[in-house]
Design a protein around this ligand. Structure first.
Ligand code: UT7
Length: 323
């Protein structure tokens, strides 16, 4: 059977890195509060004029280099973002042109912080259905553009960045020993949309709006739903927590990451944690964490990896793959 295998990974972070102390210059907050409640120590912010597509192009080039491929080797770009350059066209098409890719097709997926697991699942479907051979799957965000800088409960938590994977079709035996995506699990429940949303948009207010979050409520949903989705994706593939070599969770809050790991009975040595360095980069957080983990030797060929995320919608899900 056809499997969608990872052939390359890369990331890009904007140059400007801001520590927690910076926020104390204009907000009633502290490094101690931000660290202890979220695990975040620093985050990167895009420069003035630097757009989501700029970050995405840099991450995509790094992933293509890692794969030893050029843009025209790619059949499709699936880009997860909630902070597009423009209302339309899709940021993915801006990335396509920026890479100099003259063939194939490109589109965006919008599932906020769950965007990358949605995009991975979508790209997997394109590949296993035989529609395309190679997909560039990108998560890229400039959440600094939708922050309310007077709201200490949200603006200290988010950062900008991008990460990308190259997925490629390859023959597998149809067993969990295969490399590539082995199972996916997606959910959303729009009844909870108001606990994490942006206060404007094209059709409602004709403004961009600012991010608003009922943090405690999102937190409660997160641990429970991430654990359930991770169990479900493992069950679909016929594996258990003991078989998992590495977890690459969405990086929103270290307490969500540890709480979910505890619920799953997974030791922290198996969990990739980058939230201290990146903050919450929404759809970019998982491919960013994967790329960093590859560079630090924490993610090795042949490892059984589970990745999970939750965000606005609420939308959540998990993907199981062998790297
Ligand atoms: O990626 C998408 C999904 N998003 C998430 O997963 C985020 C989920 N939520 C969270 O990560 C956590 O709920 C937060 C980090 C947002 C907040 O942590 P918490 O432990 O739930 O704190 P809290 O909201 O209950 O706030 C505790 C106190 C409050 O003061 P009172 O009401 O107890 O007097 C807040 O006003 O901390 C106060 N507070 C702050 N204090 C200093 C809130 N933000 C800050 C701040 N600095 N930046």
């Amino acid at each position: 059977m056809i499997r969608a295998q990872v052939r390359g990974v890369g990331h890009y972070l904007p140059d400007r890195c801001v520590d927690n102390e910076w926020f104390t210059t204009f907000l009633d907050t502290s490094d101690e509060w931000i660290r202890s409640r979220s695990g975040i120590e620093r985050r990167h912010f895009a420069a003035e004029g630097q757009t989501t597509s700029d970050l995405a192009i840099r991450a995509a080039r790094a992933a293509l280099d890692d794969a030893g491929l050029v843009p025209d080797d790619i059949d499709a770009i699936v880009l997860a973002t909630s902070t597009p350059d423009l209302t339309f066209p899709a940021t993915a098409t801006i990335v396509q042109a920026g890479l100099g890719m003259t063939r194939g097709f490109a589109y965006d997926v919008q599932a906020v912080c769950a965007g990358f697991v949605y995009a991975l699942s979508n790209a997997n479907a394109l590949i296993v259905s035989g529609q395309v051979r190679r997909v560039l799957v990108i998560g890229a965000e400039t959440f600094s553009r939708i922050m309310n800088w007077d709201d200490r409960t949200t603006c200290v938590l988010f950062g900008d960045g991008a990460g990308a994977l190259v997925l490629e079709a390859a023959e597998g035996d149809g067993t969990v020993a295969d490399r590539g995506i082995l199972a996916t699990d997606l959910h959303s429940d729009g009844r909870h949309r108001e606990i994490l949303q942006v206060s404007g948009g094209v059709s409602s207010s004709q403004t961009t709006g600012h991010l608003m979050m009922a943090g405690k409520e999102v937190f409660r949903h997160a641990v429970e739903k991430l654990a359930t989705s991770t169990i479900d994706v493992m069950e679909k593939a016929g594996v258990t927590a003991d078989d998992i070599d590495r977890v690459v969770p969405h990086q929103a809050n270290v307490r969500i990451i540890t709480g979910t790991a505890r619920k799953l009975g997974l030791p922290m040595e198996k969990i990739v944690v980058t939230v201290q360095d990146h903050g919450n980069t929404s759809a970019a957080s998982i491919p960013l964490a994967m790329s960093v983990a590859r560079q630090t030797g924490q993610l090795r060929d042949g490892e059984l990896v589970v990745t999970e995320a939750i965000g606005g919608g609420l939308a959540w899900g998990a993907v199981l793959l062998r790297w």
